[in-house]
Design a binder for this molecule. Structure first.
Ligand code: PBG
Ligand code: ZN
Length: 322
């Protein structure tokens, strides 16, 4: 008889035949940075996640630096928001100042800069707005300026998350023309209009003031279209591509891995985090086991890079397992 159970008889045997391993170096931790001083605001819907002012960042970044994870994804939250998202590309904006500070204090950490206008616009949309319409081509120059200013500040990777068409080519061009030919682009290529982002919109104060994001983010029903988006971003010059959210979209992580040879990232988003934290708090699940199972599954599906709010906890648990 074929006995699959022979290879499951002990933890040592299981470890010997284990196919997938999550490494600390796979992980990226998102950080929210706010203006002002001595601020450490808890994000209510994301237990364990805080908004920090720059002077308070060392509290979390010292932990990140010691943890062995690869780096952080930075989200700045400006005080001033307007129609043209001017703070997004202000060389002295909150995000640019934060990136400069982090690069000088923690040179070995990879800093990924999220490039999108929604935290900076008065209406909370990811692009320039005219009436109720979110304009595509008018948004590209602003995204390009934002990308260049963040590269100048010291960002190691530029990650456009706006879902405007043609933004990867526009940003690549702008980076090249401004002396940043060596700065890679990680495109949020297959980014779905998802209810899993709602806790993030509290954390980054970026909820749209009217309507929704369905004219630019993807319909959750469309898998083949996601592959076209990814293919197009690769043609436009993306160095890495992302699927977002992760857990409900692992079919696309796998499909992308099978079709394309560049690194694939998956974003284990705010709502996925909040659901685990809430159920764990109620005692309905074992947080550590659920988190590790989720991360292994994202990796098994094909992700090379996992962006997750669990990164620091996971790094500790991986260390314990050694
Ligand atoms: C900005 C952006 C969002 C997220 C990452 N970058 C929000 C959105 O598109 O509404 C979501 C991340 C998360 O939910 O953890 N466009
Ligand atoms: Zn946005």
């Amino acid at each position: 008889m074929r006995r699959f159970r022979r290879l499951r008889t002990s933890e040592s045997m299981r470890r010997l035949v284990r196919e997938t391993h999550v490494e600390k170096s796979d992980l990226i931790y998102p950080v929210f940075i706010t203006e002002g001083k001595e601020i450490k605001n808890p994000v209510e819907s994301m237990p364990g996640v805080f908004q920090y002012s720059i002077d308070m960042l060392s509290e979390i970044l010292d932990r990140v630096a010691e943890s062995g994870i690869s780096g952080i994804l930075v989200f700045g939250i400006p005080n001033h928001k307007d129609e043209q998202a001017t703070e997004a590309y202000n060389p002295d904006g909150i995000t640019q100042r934060a990136v400069r500070y982090i690069k000088s204090r923690y040179p070995e950490l990879i800093i990924i800069a999220d490039v999108c206008l929604c935290e900076y616009t008065s209406h909370g949309h990811c692009g320039v707005v005219c009436g109720e319409k979110i304009l595509n081509d008018e948004t590209l120059p602003l995204l390009s300026k934002m990308a260049v200013s963040l590269a100048e500040a010291g960002a190691d990777i530029i990650a456009p998350s706006d879902m405007m068409d043609g933004r990867v080519a526009a940003i690549r061009n702008a980076l090249d023309e401004n002396g940043f030919a060596d700065t890679p682009v990680l495109s949020y290529s297959a980014k779905f209009a998802s209810a899993y982002y709602s806790p993030f919109r509290d954390a980054a104060q970026s909820a749209p003031g009217f309507g929704d994001r369905k004219t630019y983010q993807m319909d959750c029903a469309n898998g083949r279209e996601a592959l076209r988006e990814i293919e197009d971003d690769i043609e436009e010059g993306a160095d890495m591509v992302m699927v977002k959210p992760a857990l409900a979209y692992l079919d696309l992580v796998r499909a992308a891995k099978d079709r394309f040879s560049l690194p694939i990232a998956a974003y284990n988003v705010s709502g996925e985090y909040s659901m685990v934290k809430a159920a764990a708090k109620l005692g309905f699940i074992d947080e550590k086991k659920i988190v590790m199972e989720n991360l292994i599954s994202i990796k098994r599906a094909g992700a090379d890079i996992i962006i997750t709010y669990h990164a620091l906890d996971a790094a500790e648990w991986l260390e314990e397992q050694k």
